[in-house]
Ligand binder design. Structure first.
Ligand code: ARG
Length: 458
């Protein structure tokens, strides 16, 4: 079972053996481990370190291991220390003693990191496809609601009217940066460690560039010691997942509170809610709450990885075996969450009347009114103070801000008093914010299209 033990006289302690085993979680690296092992024996064959015929038999035998694993789930339940020893043991059942040659000059230190890089590379591609699809869904909703006015908030207090499209574009742009970040991380993941040995490099005449091409790696590691000991590529991937999940979480938070009966701005697709076992009226936003909650989990994965790696002496240490679960957890969580977010956004409907009613709240016009007054001359600070006093008066007397403004401005700034109809219309307020990046419907459409084209450029 073990790949070592020639110098041992006792078996490992049973509890320690279980503690030591990574196979329960690294078995999911089997396809990557097999692909890397096949490429490695082909490289050994090309280097004439093993006969070409043996290389072929090993490649076929490794393929057979994968086939058996796919055919029979019980195969993967067989006892093994880790995925690397599993493959070698199973290979031995197929090709006999020749299986040992697949390990010629190769260390599990480089195998573990090679398989993990291959896994992360795929996860990044899957995740980027998911992010692209989510941005497309947001852009579609954003275009449909490019002119739908709603309140924009700061400090969760109504601030100024915005359009729904503006809300959608804000979240789309965060995701565009996540997409970029993942692409950037991918470049550093896409480096071949194999051929590094345990730490010192390999004495075999292996052509590492050819090996890299065989596995589709864009580059070859330049230091064997760095290649086996470092995990910054994994940390970077998990950091990308944590930031992405944080963005999902913020989006989820708005969709949760603004779809509550008290606001009623959005209706969530029923398929992403659950009922209450006690209260028959409820449709709870569980999907979004879980996405938000899992942001804590992925951040935890990042902290876990950073902490595991930080104090390690130069070279491979078994602590590094703790990398995999954090990477899988972060990747799985982000990949699942992006699909949930896409489903929610795709099925989201707006209650235009509720949005408009809330967007028409007069106090949100205060800043726009102050700008209009200042535009006529005098200072913005003074105009701010004047509008502030009008707001206080309206609140004190229970009258509308509009009525107070009409009276006060008739004498103080008649040109503004004459335009109150326009100034108090939320549609006009958003249309005025026409500069690039603003909430005007046309600006929002440009922004959404720019976000889409950023994702399509590759
Ligand atoms: N299971 C180990 C890991 O995941 C593989 C490397 C073990 N290497 C060693 N020399 N013990 O990191």
């Amino acid at each position: 079972m073990k790949l070592w033990g020639g110098n041992y006289s006792t078996d490992p302690d049973a509890a320690f053996w279980e503690f030591n085993r990574s196979f329960p979680f690294d078995r999911r690296l089997l396809p990557e481990e097999i692909a890397a092992s096949q490429a490695y024996v082909r490289a050994l064959g090309r280097a004439k370190s093993i006969p070409a015929r043996d290389a072929e038999r090993l490649v076929d035998g490794l393929g057979e291991v994968l086939k058996r694993a796919r055919r029979d789930p019980a195969y993967l339940e067989l006892d093994a220390e880790d995925v690397h020893s599993f493959v070698e043991t199973r290979l031995g059942e197929i090709v006999g003693d020749l299986a040992g040659q697949a390990h010629l000059g190769r260390s599990r230190n480089e195998q573990a990191v090679t398989a993990l890089r291959l896994w992360i590379r795929v996860a990044i591609d899957v995740l980027r496809d998911g992010v692209r699809a989510l941005v497309e869904a947001l852009a579609e909703k954003g275009h449909a609601g490019a002119a739908s006015v709603m309140p924009g908030y700061t400090h969760t207090r109504a601030a100024e009217p915005i359009t729904f499209g503006h809300w959608a574009a804000a979240h789309a742009w965060g995701l565009v940066r996540d997409f970029d970040r993942l692409g950037d991380a991918r470049r550093r993941v896409d480096v071949l460690p194999l051929g590094s040995g345990a730490l010192a490099g390999t004495a075999l005449p292996i052509d590492r560039e050819a090996l890299a091409r065989d596995l589709g790696f864009a580059a070859v590691s330049e230091s064997a010691l760095d290649a086996v000991m470092d995990r910054d590529f994994a940390i970077e991937f998990v950091a990308c997942c944590a930031t992405l999940q944080m963005h999902f979480s913020r989006m989820a938070e708005d969709l949760i509170w603004l779809s509550s009966p008290e606001f009623g701005f959005f209706r969530l697709p029923e398929a992403f809610t659950t009922g209450s076992s006690l209260m028959p009226q409820k449709k709870n936003p569980d999907a979004l709450e879980l996405v938000r909650g899992k942001a804590g989990r992925v951040t935890g994965d990042l902290v876990r990885l950073h902490t595991v790696v930080k104090g390690l002496a130069t070279g491979y240490q078994k602590d590094l075996q703790e990398d995999k679960e954090a990477v899988f957890d972060a990747g799985d969580t982000a990949i699942n969450s992006v699909a949930i977010m896409r489903g929610v956004v795709t099925g989201l409907t707006l209650d235009e009347a509720a949005l408009r009613r809330a967007a028409s709240h007069e106090e949100m016009i205060a800043a726009g009114l102050a700008v209009a007054i200042a535009h006529e001359g005098g200072s913005f600070r003074k105009a701010h103070g004047l509008v502030g006093s009008m707001v206080a008066e309206a609140q004190r007397t229970g009258s509308s801000l509009r009525a107070v403004a009409a009276r006060v401005l008739a004498s103080e700034v008649p040109s503004v008093a004459a335009r109150l109809d326009v100034l108090f219309a939320p549609d006009e307020a958003v249309r005025a914010k026409a500069a690039r990046g603003g909430t005007a419907p046309d600006a929002v459409r440009v922004s959404l299209d720019a976000a889409l084209s950023r994702l399509r450029r590759e």
